[in-house]
Design a protein around this ligand. Structure first.
Ligand SMILES: Nc1ncnc2c1ncn2[C@@H]1O[C@H](COP(=O)(O)OP(=O)(O)OP(=O)(O)O)[C@@H](O)[C@H]1O
Ligand SMILES: [Mg+2]
Length: 551
């Protein structure tokens, strides 16, 4: 405060807002808690779904934490950090996004209680860091080995990831597809490249009609009806250049003065296109997959030459095709050569759900598979795809790490118990923070119970009692409504889901806690109206609080 003259000193631009100290912490924590609160009800098999409607009225119905947060269009800066937690979790493991956000929210809630007791934020931050480090050790300690060839267990891991999502009804079928696909694409060193599994949506039929195709599936049809529907022993040209008459780079005008000249011009155009097609045919290609356009005349000549051609194929599909067929994507007509071609045993156009799709099968690299997801409506198919993505990720993660933990809140209860013991050994003020961390983890079993309509306190007490008896895989079976050995019940998750969730939740909480000053520039459009001269109360120093609290 400028007490000498009573004159306010402005160091920020007009319209900037500044929140400091406990106000800043309070508003950040409130925002983060609000985000966690928004996804909390979706946690677990009995969690509910959310319907999100965007500004143009598009509807998304989902149970997936990260999807909800991405669709929510969040603006508050601290709330955005929570969205990042979900995104990181999604990128690293693909599942457990709700868990990560809910834990982060609870960590901050517990930290707030400590702040109220005048524990300094850096002490809490330090305690949380110690706890997170210890939590990783404990999780590694309680992890259970799983062989990547153990189909039954992989199936259960996929099943756990899918329970509670829209995919529930046909999860047997879908889990089977996921495990089969993962087994097909796994490398000798045990890694699974998810890029090799392509999920293709097709509205219609029921989710039970979903199937697996050994190869790549492209949602396109051949460009000309005169082209063959089926090509065996296909030599595939992957082209990232258009088969069209070359347009000049600069604006050019061609003056034609007589009909003869026009005819000559058209003939020349046709001749040029034909020469491109001849080049394609000469390379030995009998299938052309083009990322750009194919001219009508070119389509005609290609059809005449018996070549099956597709145009405007997505870049991601081109990359998958290159990997699957062993060909390379050629980006200029001049570079077309035999050595660039890819190979597939069969390229065929077949009907799926009343629409034509191209199947590229019996590829050179057998490690390319596609899953066709079917479902009654677009919303169903979209949610099935998200559930499948989760399941594919967890199965690949487990195949890589070969480690899993029991589900249903079992690891969280065990972590909480052991962290409490650890806190006692640390002592000092950090002990309070570690205890807060330990209590915060119980939010997972508590929320699972709440969402299933069970009494959270009763359940927690019962679970703790079981863990005190060294039954560390006991979690909450929300269907039975009682503590159960989740490993025996077949509810299992990859270890990485938990380690990543705890790590990123702790990091985000620590980061938010350490902020004691929020300086926000004024918005360019529709921001706070600039204050006129003398608009500040005397004695103020640009520290205007209050407008950060809305989220
Ligand atoms: N049959 C079950 N009984 C009890 N708990 C279960 C069962 N199946 C799954 N769970 C638990 O539900 C939790 C996962 O719920 P959910 O899939 O809704 O959220 P998430 O995985 O954290 O986030 P998201 O899937 O949205 O990315 C895990 O703690 C898991 O152990
Ligand atoms: Mg999940």
């Amino acid at each position: 405060m400028s007490q000498l003259t009573g004159q306010p000193i402005f160091i920020l631009k007009e319209g900037s807002s500044r929140t400091r100290g406990r106000d800043a912490q309070g508003s950040n924590i409130a925002a983060a808690k609000a985000v966690a609160g928004a996804v909390r009800t979706t946690l677990g098999p009995k969690g509910m779904d959310k319907m999100l409607v965007d500004t143009i009225g598009d509807v998304v119905i989902t149970n997936d934490g990260v999807t909800i947060l991405k669709e929510m269009d969040i603006e508050h800066p601290a709330a955005k950090m929570m969205v990042e937690v979900a995104k990181t979790q999604d990128d690293e493991v693909g599942d457990g996004t709700t868990t990560a956000v809910v834990v982060a929210g609870e960590l901050l809630k517990r930290a707030e209680e400590l702040l109220d007791q005048d524990v300094h934020p850096t002490v809490i931050a330090q305690g949380y860091r110690l706890a997170a480090e210890k939590a990783r050790e404990i999780l590694n300690d309680i992890a259970i080995e799983v062989k990547p060839t153990n189909k039954e267990m992989l199936y259960k891991i996929a099943e756990t990831a899918m329970t509670g999502k829209g995919a529930e009804a046909s999860k047997e079928k879908l889990c089977e597809l996921v495990v089969k696909a993962a087994m097909m694409v796994v490398d000798e060193d045990g890694t699974v490249d998810m890029e090799n599994i392509k999920v293709e949506k097709k509205v219609g039929g029921s989710s039970d009609d979903s199937e697996i195709v050994e190869g790549v599936l492209i949602d396109k049809e051949r460009v000309h009806p005169g082209m063959p529907r089926k090509v065996e022993n296909a030599k595939i040209l992957l082209l990232n250049a258009s088969i069209e008459f070359k347009k000049t780079e600069v604006d050019a005008e061609i003056n034609i003065t007589s009909p003869d000249q026009l005819q000559a011009f058209l003939d020349e155009e046709e001749r040029m296109i034909k020469s491109i097609v001849d080049k394609v045919v000469a390379s030995g290609a009998n299938v052309v997959i083009c990322q750009k356009g194919i001219d009508d005349i070119a389509q005609h000549y290609l059809a005449k030459a018996g070549v099956l051609a597709l145009r405007r194929v997505k870049k991601s599909d081109m990359e998958k095709l290159a990997r699957a067929t062993g060909g390379s994507v050629v980006s200029s007509i001049d570079a077309i050569a035999k050595s660039e071609l890819g190979h597939a045993g069969l390229v065929e156009e077949r009907k799926v759900g009343g629409e034509e799709m191209i199947f590229v099968e019996k590829c050179k690299n057998p490690k390319a598979v596609s899953i066709i997801v079917r479902g009654g409506t677009e919303h169903v198919v979209d949610e099935l795809e998200r559930a499948l993505d989760d399941a594919i990720s967890v199965v690949s993660v487990v195949m890589e790490d070969k480690k899993m933990v029991a589900g249903g809140g079992a690891p969280e209860i065990e972590l909480s118990k052991r962290l409490r013991e650890y806190a006692a050994s640390v002592g000092g003020r950090a002990q309070l923070a570690i205890e807060a961390f330990s209590n915060a983890l119980e939010i997972i079993p508590r929320t699972l119970a709440e969402n299933a309509g069970l009494d959270p306190i009763d359940m927690l007490v019962a679970l703790r009692a079981e863990h005190d008896k060294k039954r560390m895989n006991v979690g909450l079976d929300v269907f039975k409504g009682a503590p159960t050995d989740m490993l025996k019940a077949g509810v299992v998750e990859p270890l990485r889901v938990k380690t990543q969730a705890v790590a990123s939740a702790a990091e985000a909480a620590v980061m938010i806690l350490r902020i004691d000053d929020v300086i926000a520039a004024s918005k360019v459009a529709g921001g706070a109206p600039p204050m006129g001269p003398g608009g500040m109360p005397p004695g103020g120093m640009g520290g205007m609080g209050g407008d950060m609290g809305d989220f």
